[in-house]
Design a protein around this ligand. Structure first.
Ligand SMILES: [Zn+2]
Length: 205
């Protein structure tokens, strides 16, 4: 597995790890989401802690670019770059109650590829022609990749975060369902969002 991660992403991931460790997110739920990889289904974990609203989006590459193998062409490389740029722009993906006065402080996106054991043993296989017996091509479905988006919002009125509209379906139409969890100071909710139902209400007791 190759993990491309920037220093900025590291800081957000650290924050989420801290939230998880503090019991904000149920271990079983997190583990199930990380292990699961079902094309079309994206997961979204949201945590509100003090004035910090953290969102973590993760889903198969299929949902974001339509393929999961490493980029073989300039066009595919551009497609991945475009998806990462769109994923970093949390303002386009989420709409949070304006009364809460949340400002996106940080948005980062990662592309994680899983390679077969035969390939990439030294971490780089770009400089030679692969002639392996099990050579993979564009139609190979044994390779999987994931996209991850991490967003940190700082909210002046965190108590007013009552509803979040998730607009990911518009940006990434190959996503058919978003399994969402929210954990706040008072309430924990789980909901599966679909293009027909993309409102997350956080005040339901
Ligand atoms: Zn896959």
């Amino acid at each position: 597995m190759k993990l491309f991660i920037s220093p900025a992403a590291r800081s957000v991931l650290l924050l989420i790890t801290t939230l998880c460790a503090s019991g904000v997110m149920a271990d079983d739920h997190m583990r199930r989401q990380i292990d699961s990889h079902e094309h079309g289904i994206t997961t979204l974990n949201i945590a509100l802690d003090g004035n910090e609203l953290v969102l973590q989006l993760e889903g198969p590459g299929m949902n974001f670019v339509g393929f999961e193998h490493a980029a073989h062409t300039a066009k595919q490389t551009q497609t991945i770059a475009d998806a990462l740029a769109a994923l970093e722009d949390g303002e386009q993906l989420f709409s949070i109650d304006s009364d809460a006065k949340c400002v996106l402080a940080e948005g980062v996106a990662l592309h994680i590829t899983e390679e077969e054991a035969d390939d990439g043993h030294d971490g780089h296989d770009d400089d030679h022609n692969d002639e392996h017996a099990n050579h993979t091509d564009d139609t190979d479905d044994s390779q999987h990749s994931e996209f991850v988006g991490e967003y940190l919002y700082l909210c002046d009125n965190p108590g007013e975060v009552g509803q979040i509209s998730v607009k990911i379906f518009e940006s990434f139409p190959l996503t058919t369902e978003i399994e969402t969890s929210f954990l706040g100071p008072k309430v924990q909710t789980f909901k599966n969002l679909t293009p027909a139902d993309l409102e997350l209400r956080l005040n339901d007791e």
